[in-house]
Ligand binder design. Structure first.
Ligand code: FAD
Length: 434
């Protein structure tokens, strides 16, 4: 039977859920607080070109995402390229793409290079059968790689994403993500950027009869007399049979606080990492590495992504596009700092890191700073058992937020997979199958 379903949040998770539900004939309303769909995949216009605010690529193993791309008619717009990785340590840059590069990787002692290679090769095997969800990554990796490799390379690498919590992350999270990322790998992108995909999904939702509300923030989610009630910031109230919330967990907690759902929700207190991300428009390329972590090199940013390794410069009016990023709390000094100040400082740091390229102010056409407050939770040990369930008690509030994709890495693919699963679960509940 046709159901009225409200989906909260217009990122890829909400878009996927709304697409599937409207395609299956339900009355769907997708509610997005900002003026754009896409969430962390949003974009901006620069001299007539649409550019992603945050670097994104697609992996060949991203099955649910690739299926969605096919369903909305963009399969022939996908393309793939081999990409390479670098590694900057102590201000020096190295290629990092396999055994030969590893043997030449001076930041590690020769014996550690061999140990690093062997342990990395065997890591998938070595993790099988262990309770990695309850094992600190620091404890496991020191055993496998030795203290020097941990201190010199691995800890700074994880610290760059999770700050001082790095060593305490569950080893399961790192072990799982090794399946997705490889040093030398094929990465994909879509002609027209993430905007092309977001637009195609939006168009499909509307063609199937779905409704999309932009600039509409949800304030409260409640349930009374068998109906879901949504209060909007503009004072309106909406009713539905089901609600699927895709927004970050702290915002869901806020929306159910003081309502009949508060006690049912039992959501964990999660600390999130946000991100500060700089986008440099350059007149020349850097190292021709798609991705280069930056460790102990007197920069505030912890990595460099050369997007034009994947996307032709024509997409960017002839500019070479370089993203640098720092994952940090939304309450940190950096996150709150003025964008121009960050742009100027990070430009000087980029010039110093690439001093051999002799970058001049003239080589920078433009610098943009983008920030996002909720990127990923800092996972506590045993998170598999703590992570939010799909259903809130026995209510009709379902959750499809990126805090639930663990131990998979947060990505468009994981969110698409989760949103599909949640919609299937809703159908099972409707059909009394669970
Ligand atoms: C720097 C960076 C690089 C990344 N690189 C990649 C990559 O290469 N490949 C990849 O696959 N993934 C990448 N990701 C991860 C990917 O972007 C996320 O995993 C994914 O976008 C999460 O989607 P989501 O829909 O779950 O959440 P979000 O994108 O966060 O969407 C949530 C939406 O809810 C809206 N919202 C919030 N509160 C309310 C409210 N009260 N009412 C209504 N709406 C509300 C928000 O405005 C937002 O649009 C990257 C992320 C970042 C930050």
């Amino acid at each position: 039977m046709k159901k009225n379903i409200i989906v909260i949040g217009g990122g890829i998770s909400g878009l996927t859920a709304a697409h599937k539900l409207s395609k299956d004939g339900h009355n769907v309303t997708l509610i997005e607080a900002t003026s754009q769909l896409g969430g962390l995949g949003t974009y901006f216009n620069y001299e007539g070109k649409w550019i992603d605010k945050f670097y994104h690529c697609i992996m060949p193993s991203d099955e649910p995402l690739l299926n969605l791309i096919e369903q909305v008619g963009l399969k022939n717009q996908m393309y793939w390229r081999p990409t390479r990785m670098g590694f900057a340590v102590d201000g020096k840059r190295y290629a990092f793409n396999g055994p030969v590069d590893l043997l030449k990787f001076k930041p590690l002692k020769f014996t550690d290079r061999i140990r690093f290679g062997i342990a990395s090769l065997l890591l998938r095997q070595l993790g099988k059968g262990l309770d990695l969800d309850n094992t600190r990554i620091e404890d496991w990796f020191i055993k496998l790689y030795g203290r020097d490799v941990w201190k010199k390379i691995l800890e700074p690498l994880f610290r760059s994403k999770f700050g001082s919590h790095a060593g305490s992350l569950p080893a399961l999270y790192i072990w799982e993500r090794l399946g997705r990322e490889k040093n030398k790998s094929t990465r994909g992108y879509i002609n027209g950027g993430l905007k092309a995909l977001i637009d195609a999904i939006e168009q499909n939702i509307e063609n199937y009869g779905g409704k999309i509300l932009l600039n509409t923030a949800v304030e409260k989610i409640d349930s009374t007399n068998g109906k879901m009630k949504i209060s909007l910031a503009n004072g309106e109230m909406l009713e539905s049979d089901w609600v699927i919330a895709t927004i970050p967990v702290p915002l869901i907690k806020k929306a159910v606080s003081g309502t009949s759902l508060e006690n049912l929700s039992n959501l964990p207190e999660l600390t999130y990492q946000g991100v500060v991300n700089a986008l440099f428009f350059l007149k020349k390329p850097l190292d021709n590495f798609y991705w280069q972590p930056v460790v102990n090199s007197n920069t505030e940013f912890d990595g460099v992504v050369e997007m034009t390794e994947l996307v032709k410069t024509e997409q960017y009016n002839g500019n070479y596009m370089v993203y640098t990023m720092k994952y940090c709390s939304k309450d940190s000094g950096l996150f709150k700092e003025d964008e121009n100040a960050i742009a100027q400082r990070w430009k000087e740091q980029l010039k110093t890191l690439f001093a051999d390229l002799n970058l001049k102010d003239d080589d920078f056409t433009e610098i943009k700073i983008f920030k996002a407050p909720f990127v990923e939770p800092v996972y506590p040990l045993g998170y598999s058992k703590l992570k939010p369930r799909m259903r809130t008690g026995n209510s009709n509030l379902l959750l499809a937020t990126s805090a639930q994709v663990y131990p998979s890495i947060t990505s468009w693919n994981s969110s698409v997979g989760l949103a599909n699963k949640v919609v299937d679960y809703l159908y099972d509940l409707e059909n009394g199958k669970t």
